[in-house]
Design a protein around this ligand. Structure first.
Ligand code: HEM
Length: 442
């Protein structure tokens, strides 16, 4: 195998950890279930010894410091994967594998269906700028704020279910149903269809994970197809019967453009609408389910902090930020370099991949005091949990609002919330969440 010899080991680290050992840690982070479950020690070691670590096994770098991750995500010399460069081998060519990291997402460009390629998450400027501008017109802060009373009512409804059950898996009872109802309401997916989405979105989201198996890849593709068919139908319905939802808002943007009301802008295509709705639907609940589950786990493991929060509901905003920081629902993001760039003193050549470990950046001691401790305080540095730059999470304000409403109502409703079984982390790396969170409430 070709050696990718970059990322010099500095003299003071050479006597503690070798480049091969650091490589091993990086691979463990992505693929080893035990390390995925508790990656924080590995983050610390990489951050201390090789904050921008260039792997020997591929054109791949790992960034663990806040400032470096921030810079990579905003750098004009980086782009969203998959990005083909003119010098890349043709799809299917014998040397193709050299241009594509084996650890990233398990998907190559040719495997992405045409709809997925239109997703905001896969686009770069100018296509991204145009689509994000059009989508943002339907997904306005006003629309998010208008949802608040509905979010409060939906929160109370799922908490009623929890109160009735008295004990059970909080993710099943609340963590999944709440975000799916909220996002369903926003997008316009009828209540009776929403249950369909849990497995579909979960299957589709495995394509974000490093090292997925061919079977998982197939399941992801099949789920993608089902989601596409579903949203094609929803768009057709809203073209005929507009309602007050995001799907209708996007349909209206397209209709105005096609009627020539906005000369000079390329009209939104149906495929772009489908990709956008799938992305918003998918991005909108797996992550928020994990904010709820990971967040409650943080409170249960830190009863003093839970007690302070219970006594002072105005801590909700700080509490949600701390949950997002301490157990980030998205642990990593990635970019491909489209130019030679320098990050953290390391020269990264064009065509390489940089993994930004958001969960590590959120525990960088240069930016967060006592980063390994969960503490509900106003911290001066914003969390990187929603990334930064042009792909900054479109749903960040919705997720934050949902989280604050949920935890305020939860603590107000129940005097006692206790774990009945020790939870386990799912065997995933990009999206961090628990398999189940068994609790009893009074
Ligand atoms: C706690 C909950 C959430 C977390 C941690 C989260 C995290 C993220 C992150 C890290 C990205 C950047 C990905 C990249 O740079 O490649 C992102 C993008 C995105 N998120 Fe979220 N997200 C959450 C909730 C939501 C919600 C509720 C929605 C929709 C209602 C949403 C919609 C999106 C969209 C559309 C993008 C793509 C933006 C673009 O590429 O321009 N997210 N999210």
């Amino acid at each position: 195998m070709e050696q990718w010899n970059h990322g010099e080991v500095t003299p003071e680290t050479a006597d503690t950890l070798s480049h091969a050992e650091l490589d091993h840690m990086a691979v463990q982070l992505l693929l080893d279930p035990d390390v995925r479950a508790v990656p924080f020690e590995h983050y610390r070691t990489l951050r201390t010894h090789a904050p921008v670590h260039g792997a020997s096994f591929g054109p791949l770098w790992f960034a663990t410091r806040y400032d470096d991750c921030h810079e990579v995500l905003r750098h004009p010399g980086t782009a969203q994967p998959p990005t083909r460069l003119p010098e890349d081998p043709e799809p299917g060519a014998a040397d193709e594998s050299d241009s594509d990291s084996p650890f990233l997402f398990g998907r190559r460009e040719r495997d992405l269906d045409p709809t997925a390629q239109k997703s905001l998450l896969r686009l770069n400027p100018p296509d991204h700028t145009r689509l994000r501008g059009l989508v943002s017109r339907g997904f306005t802060p006003r629309r998010v704020e208008q949802l608040r009373p509905a979010v409060e009512a939906m929160t109370d409804a799922v908490l009623n279910d929890l109160a009735e059950a008295r004990e059970g898996d909080l993710l099943d009872l609340v963590g999944f149903p709440l975000p799916v109802r909220v996002i369903g309401e926003l997008v316009g997916v009828p209540a009776e269809d929403r249950d369909l989405f849990r497995t579909l979105v979960r299957d589709a989201a495995t394509s974000l994970e490093p090292g997925i198996t061919p079977e998982q890849q197939q399941a992801a593709a099949a789920a993608g197809l089902q989601l596409r068919t579903y949203f094609e139908g929803l768009i057709a319905d809203r073209k005929a019967h507009p309602q007050d939802d995001l799907t209708s808002a996007l349909v209206a943007v397209q209709a105005a453009q096609l009627a020539g009301e906005e000369p000079g802008t390329e009209p939104l295509t149906d495929q772009e609408m489908i990709a956008t709705l799938i992305l918003i639907f998918a991005a909108g609940f797996e992550t928020t389910t994990n904010l709820i589950g990971n967040g409650l786990w943080c409170l249960l493991k830190n009863p003093e902090e839970m007690g302070r929060f219970r006594l002072d509901p105005s801590l909700a905003a700080a509490a949600v930020e701390e949950m997002l920081r301490y157990q980030s629902p998205v642990q990593m993001d990635a970019r491909r370099t489209v130019a030679d760039i320098e990050i953290g003193g390391q020269q990264i050549p064009r065509g390489h991949w940089v993994i930004t470990l958001l969960g590590a950046a959120n525990r960088d001691p240069e930016k967060f005091e006592d980063p390994e401790v969960f503490r509900i305080v106003d911290r001066p540095t914003p969390v990187l949990s929603f990334a930064t730059g042009i792909h900054y999470c479109l749903g960040a304000s919705l997720a934050r609002m949902e989280g604050r409403v949920f935890f305020n109502h939860l603590l107000e409703r129940f005097d006692t919330i206790e774990l009945t079984a020790e939870p386990e982390w799912r065997n995933t790396f990009t999206l961090r969440g628990l398999n189940a969170l068994e609790v009893r409430v009074h």
